[in-house]
Design a protein around this ligand. Structure first.
Ligand code: ZN
Length: 458
């Protein structure tokens, strides 16, 4: 009796009916499987027999890493991966399906490193009317909206999650039970009593669990990180300073003492995870960078010393620019607390100069939108990155190769090269001429599967 895990059998793909161009498929038996597969490998060294092959005929291709776009390239996709990039857009022989994108631009699937999928932008501020199950369903819906907007990979750093709903969303998508982007989760942000994420406006005897995990002192911080990892955290998120959308705390205040921040970084890395911090104030930002965090969210009050520290340590900045404009411009009409809108207004005065200096100085920057607004608007961030000094190509790279490096998956996704996972999007025009083209994604493929095809028909 042969072992059913025989590698030759495992490598033999099942026969698929139909497909006139497909060569005869292998039907290995238990007794002869290895021999049949070996013969097939010898005779047909390159083409997996039953793999569906798709050709994307792209008028322009941005591969996510190069400085220049390539004109007229055909991307051959097979087995969920990029098999080949061919010059020219002639329909290749032997493909099952050819898609005409000659008028547009193909790019790697985009990545957003700062989403809040469980936040319902039009929902009530109290958040008391949704159970954990409601939130998971809302989160799945939001994840799918983002996938349709061209974001094939997300990082969700802390959310309005009283339990571990976001981990369930991630797992159900990863298991193939629902279509959706691949998701990296920091289930809850960790913050101190009274800090950003605590419910500072409630009466002392109001017993309501905050979505942020309120922890103080080295022991509590370490224990909470262990719990996050126990229940599925890919990342740990810590509030290093006060914030905008929370009442009663000051964005310039540092949340933790050095000992606490160092413990958070040490515990996270000891458990093989990565850590990011919410940091608006200058001192809290520097404290976190000195402690060795992998990335910093917002960084609104970054100064020259912090810029040099981040460059020296290779710390990533995810500037989340658009969200502050959203709070200030749309907040009053949405009923946001006046205190939050006012905090946003003050920060906006210096934000542009600070972020522009960080970009100019060469701090490593990756894309994050901070979707407390409608999730499908995430790509609005690109226009702000360009406004503050990036070339359109650099802005695109923040959401492709750079973001993949932050997540540690740059060998698999984030660029269009042979062997990479086939996460591919297409837009109708040229985002190098007009970056807002990325706000209208026509075509989305993830893992080689077509998720959306809304190309205009001629
Ligand atoms: Zn956020």
């Amino acid at each position: 009796m042969r072992n059913k895990h025989d590698p030759f059998l495992a490598a033999t793909r099942p026969c698929v009916a139909g497909g006139s161009r497909r060569r005869a498929c292998m039907r290995p038996t238990r007794r002869h499987g290895s021999v049949a597969a070996l013969i097939a490998v010898v005779l047909l060294p390159t083409t997996p027999l039953s793999a569906q092959t798709t050709a994307l005929r792209c008028g322009r291709l941005i591969d996510g890493i190069s400085d220049e776009a390539r004109q007229d390239v055909t991307v051959i996709v097979r087995d969920g991966r990029v098999a080949e990039l061919r010059d020219g857009t002639a329909v290749p022989d032997g493909v099952d399906r050819a898609l005409d994108m000659r008028g547009g631009t193909c790019l790697p699937g985009m990545m957003d490193l700062h989403t809040h999928l469980l936040i319902k932008p039009d929902g009530p501020v109290s958040e008391l009317d949704r159970s954990s199950a409601d939130r998971a369903l809302d989160g799945l819906h939001a994840a799918q909206k983002m996938l349709h907007a061209g974001f094939t990979t997300l990082r969700n750093p802390g959310d309005f999650d009283t339990h571990y709903a976001m981990v369930s969303v991630k797992r159900s998508i990863a298991a193939g039970e629902h279509p959706g982007p691949r998701i990296f989760v920091a289930p809850h942000a960790l913050g101190p009593t009274g800090g950003h994420g605590d419910l500072n406006t409630l009466a002392p005897d109001a017993a309501i669990q905050t979505p942020t995990r309120i922890v103080n002192g080295v022991d509590e911080i370490r224990a909470m990180i262990r719990e996050q990892v126990k229940y599925g955290a890919d990342w740990i998120k810590v509030m290093a300073t006060g914030g905008v959308m929370s009442a009663g705390d000051d964005p310039t205040h540092t949340a933790y003492i050095d000992e606490e921040m160092w413990a958070a970084v040490d515990e996270t890395h000891r458990l093989g995870r990565r850590i990011t911090v919410h940091a608006i104030g200058t001192e809290g930002l520097k404290q976190a960078v000195a402690a060795g965090v992998n990335s910093v969210e917002h960084g609104i009050l970054i100064d020259d010393e912090a810029i040099e520290m981040m460059k020296a340590r290779g710390t990533w900045l995810i500037p989340t620019i658009y969200v502050l404009n959203y709070v200030v411009e749309e907040g009053p009409a949405l009923g946001y607390p006046e205190a939050s809108v006012a905090k946003g207004r003050v920060l906006m005065e210096t934000r542009d100069d600070n972020v522009r200096r960080a970009i100019e100085a060469g701090v490593k920057i990756a894309f994050g939108s901070d979707t407390i607004f409608p999730h499908e608007w995430a790509a609005r961030e690109f226009a702000h990155l360009v406004r503050l000094g990036m070339s359109p190509m650099e802005a695109i790279r923040t959401a492709t190769y750079n973001a993949a490096q932050v997540l540690g998956i740059e060998d698999e996704v984030g660029t269009l090269q042979p062997g990479m996972v086939a996460d591919i999007i297409a837009v109708g025009g040229n985002p190098l001429d007009d970056i807002t083209e990325l706000e209208q994604v026509d075509f989305v493929m993830k893992d080689g599967q077509i998720i959306k095809d809304a190309r205009p028909r001629t």
